[in-house]
Design a protein. Sequence first.
Length: 370
Amino acid sequence: MNKTPKRRTPKKFKRTPLKSYKKVFLTLIIISFIIFLGLVIGILYGTQIEELKDDFETVTTINIESIKSAKKENITFEEKTRALEIAYAKNSDNNIYIETKKEKQKKRDTFHFEEPNLEEIDKHEEHNNEKIGVEKPVLVDTKVEKVQIPITKKNISNKPKLAIIIDDMTTQRQIDNIQTIGYKVNMAFLPPTKGHTRSAKITKNLDQFLIHLPLQASSVRYEEENTLHINDPIQKIEKRIRYLRQLYPNTNYLNNHTGSTFTSNTAAMDKLFKILKKYNYTFIDSRTTAKTVAKKTAKKYGVKMFSRNIFLDNKKDKKYIQKQLKKAIRIAKKNGMAIAIGHPYNITFRTLKDSKYLLKDLELVFVTEL
């Protein structure tokens, strides 16, 4: 009888499950290691990011927010002036200007700005109703005695003229910095508010400066107190200009702070230039918008005016500022004169001081000499 041989189980059938388990186990170990490595890298990377945030949060956050806001609302550079001032104030390079929080609060609690004598034009207002930081109502009087400001005699020179203006001036230290630059630089002062109470008092001993007049911008996010708006009646505009005449009796010159909405509005500029004509002001258009109607309105009312050619410090960088200054120099040489506007940043002061050699072929002038 033929016996059927027994079927033997191949050896490798028995070993296969063990090998599979080993592969699975090895795979799990590799995956676990990769996950662990990823977590470690993530923690280290996150820590570095946090450290960078801590180092730069005083300036970077403000700048990023202002840039995002500008892109969203299509705001021009000058419209961001207030945002830049905030970044400037938080910049450790400028902390010499910043009071402690305690000192700030103390000043706010005791704030009282000395109002100019307005009795002649405000006989019907009760003085005991005055509030801190609020102007006295002024009765509009068409009989205005024009203030005659002594104007510097113009130098007879064949050299091209360049007027550099520093906007947003509010402190004595900024004045001191400008006076160390080594040549003529114009200063434009923001009217006093609770945030900068002394911006009129510190001009008492100056005979060359401008008023930096806040006008309505396309965004009100960083709007100055008492900014003029396009729908303001002419009586309110006259009240404001009359008030500024009392605060700053030593100047007949002003330029606009922000103002892209206001200076592009024909009706608003018509009201403003009627009043500027009445009070014998010369207007420097900061040109915060290409749609400005200042030139046309000035011609209509016979108001003397000039326009800004170059912004110097859109970027707080020495190479950029010098590049912009060279542009202003070329414009001055081509047209006989130019106006450049900057802001009270330490880098702007240092760059202007270090760039004196670039200006040897020009005559640096006050706006009264244009």
